[in-house]
Write a protein that binds this ligand. Structure first.
Ligand code: CP
Length: 358
């Protein structure tokens, strides 16, 4: 298995994904066996945005595999603060490390990084776009809890608009038979069109809800998300949205006995602390499973990677930039303009925002 980058979990085939899920279970039960698997290898964790779980679970995973880590968790302490471009940082770091893990506030940053890296790049979250290794963690958790990934009614609650974890999760689980989705949010934080259009194209059933109480009885899995202060243009808009959906014991009492409650964490107030002791609450286990999922991914990517060389950067497909203000191409001006045609629409290859061609 040669995976040069993991920007979007759908870059993995179903077989590759299942291999990683199953290996993570083996690692969980026999972790000592893997303690030297990455001996002599270095991982660079480049976090342009804060993180607890993703950063430290990647670092723990690499250390448990016998590898070493370098990187920064605050770009202000690196030469990014002097104006260094993403391209230059990546080019240099990919000479130092054997694998790069990057989190960035702008959408498409991990894909942009992969264009200039000599070693494999993993997207650890790019703005409100995607978070594939969180999804890997989520499906590993669902697999451990349910032993299958199909025929589930999956509720996603909170910020559907900016929630990169839900975007990645829906994409992944929508390719398994019989799954249907209920999106529980305010109208302002509704799922982006590019996700719902994809579901429609795949023939996947989904519905919208504005009531957690009304929707919870039908769910097999509930994925709660945080209203992310950092994604709102103003404090007033954030204040209007926060605290609308809170999972507490009263609402959980309406749910199935075998509901699986997940949350990528961190939580603020969207799950009451009283829920933590309910056996249906799996979010702390989920965070721990993230280590095994990432150990499994690192093994597959490092062992499968051939010699280090710079990739060929594609030429611009069009002579204009993506109009999404949160796209990485807005700030990193040297990036080629890359769009794919989908019917009448152009899809930005970095952030996946769509535009109608005139
Ligand atoms: N789930 C997740 O991405 O958490 P962190 O922001 O703490 O990495």
């Amino acid at each position: 298995m040669e995976v040069k980058k993991l920007i979007n979990l759908s870059e993995l085939s179903r077989e590759e994904l299942m291999d990683i899920i199953k290996l993570s279970g083996v690692i969980r039960d026999n972790s000592a066996y893997y303690m030297d698997d990455c001996h002599g290898k270095i991982m660079a964790t480049l976090f342009y945005e804060p993180s607890t779980r993703t950063q430290m679970s990647f670092q723990t995973a690499m250390l448990r595999l016998g590898g070493k880590i370098i990187g920064f968790d605050n770009p202000q302490n690196s030469s990014v603060s002097k104006g260094e471009s993403l391209k230059d940082t990546i080019r240099v770091m990919s000479g130092y490390a054997d694998i790069i893990v990057i989190r960035h506030p702008l959408e498409g940053a991990a894909y942009a990084a992969s264009l200039y890296s000599k070693c494999p790049v993993i997207n650890a979250g790019d703005g409100g776009h995607l978070h594939p290794t969180q999804t890997l963690t989520d499906v590993v958790t669902l697999w451990y809890e349910r032993h299958h990934l199909s025929n589930q009614t999956i509720g996603c609650c909170g910020d559907m608009k900016n929630g990169r974890t839900v975007h990645s999760l829906i994409r992944c689980l929508s390719s398994y038979k019989g799954n249907r989705f209920v999106f529980i949010s305010t109208p302002e934080l509704q799922m982006p069109d590019y996700i719902t259009e994809e579901l429609t194209e795949k023939g996947v059933e989904f519905s919208f809800s504005n009531s957690l109480e009304e929707s919870i009885p039908e769910l097999d899995m509930l994925y709660m998300t945080r209203i992310q202060r950092e994604r709102f243009p103003s404090q007033e808009e954030y204040e209007r949205q926060k605290g609308v959906f809170v999972l507490d014991e009263a609402k959980l009492s309406l749910a199935k006995d075998d509901l699986v409650v997940m949350h990528p964490l961190p939580r603020v107030d969207e799950i009451a602390v009283e829920v933590d002791d309910d056996p249906r609450a799996k979010y702390f286990e989920q965070a721990e499973y993230g280590i095994y999922a990432r150990m499994s991914l690192i093994i597959k990517m490092i062992k499968g990677s051939s010699k280090k060389e710079l990739p060929e950067v594609p030429e611009s497909t069009h002579d204009f930039k993506c109009g999404n203000p949160r796209c990485i191409t807005q700030t990193e001006q040297y990036l080629p303009s890359l769009f794919d045609e989908r019917g009448d629409e152009l899809v930005c290859r970095y952030c996946e925002h769509t535009f109608v061609q005139h």
